[in-house]
Design a protein around this ligand. Structure first.
Ligand SMILES: [Zn+2]
Length: 273
């Protein structure tokens, strides 16, 4: 069942990001499909992580039960500053929460559509940046649990955004920013008891995406409204497929949609004589 659902693409940082889509038991290198015709056809059914099938998700990619019961959908998932496992206080499932929260987390600055502050778990940093379509990123702090990263993020939200403006991200490359300089300036606003976690290393990761053409007037397409989406793939950035006619498709927001994915060469008149 899960093998025919859309999932976010796997990413690999090379000269340009390499994207792979795992579907129908195949692992498709999406970069190879740029300039070709792709087609996504939704069956009309979605499947929750718990295995329940339905016509649509209740909310945020979960069924009703999971949205209210699963630790994956708890408040602190969306607001890390509400994490309490480091105090031994349960939200929905203390064992799960300890396992998830009591691990090294990073606070970073990324430039995708302007600067944003974000947090990520363990070694997920670069993957998170590629998923967000960031062009540059720097680690700001390494902390021993998720709550501390949430506290740092909150302290910096007054100065920089904590969400990506995806329309701006998909409209081109952002102006480069001196992230090391910015990190130094923002670090002064980190609460004193968390200053010890600021990382001295100022390595900036630069990321390029396989995009041949950016949309001019972005039209976001969704399977709920258009169950068959097909067209020429013009590029990939973040977890968005850029299609002809200024259309963009967020593959991540369609996780769990049971669909077929296919592709073919575009018939070129010049090659036919
Ligand atoms: Zn569920």
């Amino acid at each position: 069942m899960m093998k025919d659902t859309l999932k976010k693409m796997d990413t690999n940082l090379q000269n340009v990001v390499q994207y792979r889509l795992d579907i129908h038991g195949e692992n498709i290198l999406m970069n190879d499909l740029i300039g070709k015709q792709i087609k996504i056809e939704w069956s009309g059914v979605v499947i929750c992580g718990c295995g329940k099938k339905m016509k649509k998700f209740y909310r945020s990619g979960f069924c009703y039960e999971c949205f209210y019961d699963s630790p994956l959908a708890s408040q602190s998932i969306f607001k890390p500053e509400l994490c309490t496992a480091h105090l031994g206080i349960e939200e929905r499932d203390l064992e799960w929460e300890k396992n998830f929260q009591l691990a090294p987390h990073y606070v970073y600055l990324a430039n995708s559509s302007g600067i944003k502050v974000g947090i990520t778990r363990g070694s997920q940093g670069v993957i998170r940046w590629m998923d967000q379509g960031a062009s540059q990123a720097i680690l700001l702090a390494e902390v021993p649990n998720r709550r501390f990263s949430g506290d740092i993020e909150v302290s910096l939200k007054r100065f920089v955004a904590d969400v990506t403006n995806w329309r701006k991200m998909l409209s081109g490359n952002p102006e480069p920013v001196d992230l090391a300089q910015l990190k130094e300036e923002l670090s002064a606003h980190v609460p004193e008891e968390l200053q010890q976690y600021i990382l001295p290393n100022n390595t900036v990761t630069e990321i390029k995406y396989p995009v041949t053409q950016y949309p001019k007037k972005i039209k976001s397409v969704k399977l709920e409204r258009t169950p068959i989406i097909e067209g020429t793939l013009l590029g990939i950035k973040g977890q968005y497929l850029l299609l002809d006619d200024d259309r963009v498709f967020n593959i991540r927001s369609h996780e769990g949609f049971i669909s077929t994915f296919s592709h073919q060469e575009i018939a070129q008149q010049g090659l036919l004589f």
